[in-house]
Design a protein around this ligand. Sequence first.
Ligand SMILES: [Zn+2]
Ligand SMILES: [Zn+2]
Length: 254
Amino acid sequence: MNMENGGGTGRGPESGQANGTLPVALLRRISANRPAPAAGECCEMCGEPISDAHQHVVDLGSHAMMCTCRPCYLLFTDATAHMRYRSVPDRYLSFPGFDLGPGQWDELEIPVGLAFFFHSSKLGRTVAFYPGPAGATESELPLAAWDAVLARNPALGLAAPDTEALLIRGPGRAAADCHLVPVDACYELVGRLRRLWRGFDGGQEARDELAAFFDRISRRSVPAPADSASPASASAASGREASDSTGSGAGGFR
Ligand SMILES: [Zn+2]
Ligand SMILES: [Zn+2]
């Protein structure tokens, strides 16, 4: 696996693309910078002042998150447009029937009990990150194992590429748990965990923070529509063509 130990590599976000991996250093920068939302933060597109509670746009080339004002955010909400940027939707879904078979979590080779997964359009595959003392670390995801999770839980295919992540808490005292969340919420969580992380497994404070986070997203989530499975999972596998089918009303931007 691709353990990043926090020593600055000097690798810029763009050069990190060359070998086909995501710019973990950049993700770390995002999570490291987020804790201090300086008073007077500005839209990274137009420079207008924005409040602490603002929305984000993803740069599809680097997966960098940009803080935006509302008008700039609205420029990139069309999930079918072929543009460099895409707005992060504010959608939270739960998967009440989420289920992992015996050993299925272990087969994903995530070294801690939590990871988030999203489809990278640039790379054409799903990528996985887990929290730790260095922030978000990319895991070398065995794609066959991931496909097996999707096959068992086809509703997970609802997640939009690049902007929506599947946040999975592996089985422990409770059964495994999965939510579809905006990808920026994952970076926010990882940033919080990073500051609390102790030892190998994160320690009690990180576990408490994680439990509180899952409580919050559980309250916010609506159950994924039961009939959502097959067409959307096809779209997740092939890219983004079908992800605009928001017939159920659960999808899209609000
Ligand atoms: Zn703006
Ligand atoms: Zn922001």
